[in-house]
Design a protein around this ligand. Structure first.
Ligand code: CTP
Ligand code: ZN
Length: 143
């Protein structure tokens, strides 16, 4: 296998389901930052067989709440002086704007163009969000 170097300082997004790293890279707009970014695909993993990993060498405090929507199984590691100093499991964001679509066929957002619909977390265990317009619930799809 290629030598995947450890980083000195920054953030490692680990255990991304194989094939979903690129989508996540785009959602986080990592093409827009000036720091060194590595997107690793199909890395061998004990737990999953294969996984994707993103490594960002940065001083920035990036917001990853959105990642819980994409895949609740990923872990975010914070690295300082070449050592992992913190590991975060993701939880679902309480409020999500501009990402989810309402699935209720009678919702006004199906007829009128609404750019940024806000959804509120209704049931964390069931991964359900409530539409701000019609109150109906939308379940996140598991990856
Ligand atoms: N990592 C890195 N640079 C470092 C330290 C760690 O890029 N200086 C990466 C590792 O390659 C790994 C992730 O950060 O992808 C987590 O590191 P570590 O905690 O050492 O690995 P595991 O123990 O396997 O983590 P887990 O228990 O989450 O599987
Ligand atoms: Zn709705």
């Amino acid at each position: 296998m290629i030598n995947v170097s450890k980083i000195k300082k920054g953030i490692v997004i680990d255990h991304i389901a194989a094939g979903h790293g690129y989508e996540m890279f785009k959602q986080l707009h990592l093409d827009e930052i000036e720091d060194v970014v590595l997107l690793l695909r199909n890395v061998p993993s004990h737990k999953k067989g294969k996984k994707d990993v993103i490594k960002i060498e940065t001083d920035l405090d990036l917001d990853f709440t959105i990642l819980g929507l994409v895949d609740p199984h990923i872990t975010v590691n914070y690295i300082e002086n070449g050592e992992k100093v913190k590991k975060e499991k993701l939880t679902l964001p309480k409020k999500v704007t501009g990402i989810l679509q309402c699935k209720n066929p009678r919702c006004i957002t199906q007829f009128e163009k609404v750019d940024e619909i806000t959804f509120y977390l209704a049931n964390e265990e069931k991964r359900e969000y409530r539409c701000e317009y019609c109150d109906s619930r939308t379940k996140l799809v598991e990856k």
